[in-house]
Design a protein around this ligand. Structure first.
Ligand SMILES: [Zn+2]
Length: 161
């Protein structure tokens, strides 16, 4: 994953998001708390990405649809394929939708809390190293098995994409 040492972590500690420059994300306190919990176990010194944060999802419920305006930006920060993230959300939330230029429209009125919970689950399942909790991981192959490989400690575990 790409390392951004642009002061985002200092901003994050003050309760606002500093990434990406020039774009504004509205902090959502409970999402921030979820992510803090997800990453509080990252050992200091193993990776600079211990203070890794994601843009708060920009969610709107419009009529019978739920809009996530910045899924593309979230996936970019995750260093993951937006299509994979989108498909995961569809499956986990039990709905269908469309992904267009980083914007997702899901059928149904989906509580933002549920979406944030699934984003955190995605981080735990497809990004975070189980051994050292680093988010600095990539997908690789071990024989025919797809594995999540940690760039910080070298651990790997099988994943189902
Ligand atoms: Zn690790």
């Amino acid at each position: 994953m790409v390392l951004h040492s642009d002061g985002a972590s200092a901003l994050h500690r003050r309760g606002s998001y500093g990434w990406p420059p020039g774009r504004r994300f509205v902090p959502i306190d409970d999402y921030e708390a979820l992510l803090d919990r997800a990453f509080e176990q990252v050992p200091k010194g193993i990776t600079d990405r211990g203070s890794w944060t994601l843009p708060s999802p920009d969610i709107d419920i419009e009529g019978a649809s739920t809009l996530i305006r910045n899924l593309g930006a979230i996936a970019e920060r995750m260093d993951r394929d937006p299509v994979h993230l989108y498909q995961y959300l569809q499956k986990e939330l039990g709905t269908a939708g469309t992904l267009d230029s980083g914007r997702v429209i899901l059928k149904g009125r989906i509580p933002p809390r549920a979406i944030k919970g699934k984003l955190t689950s995605y981080v735990n399942e497809y990004i975070r190293c189980e051994q050292c909790k680093s988010p600095d991981t990539t997908f690789g192959k071990d024989g025919r098995t797809t594995v999540l490989r940690c760039q910080a400690c070298g651990a790997s575990r099988p994943v189902r994409l």
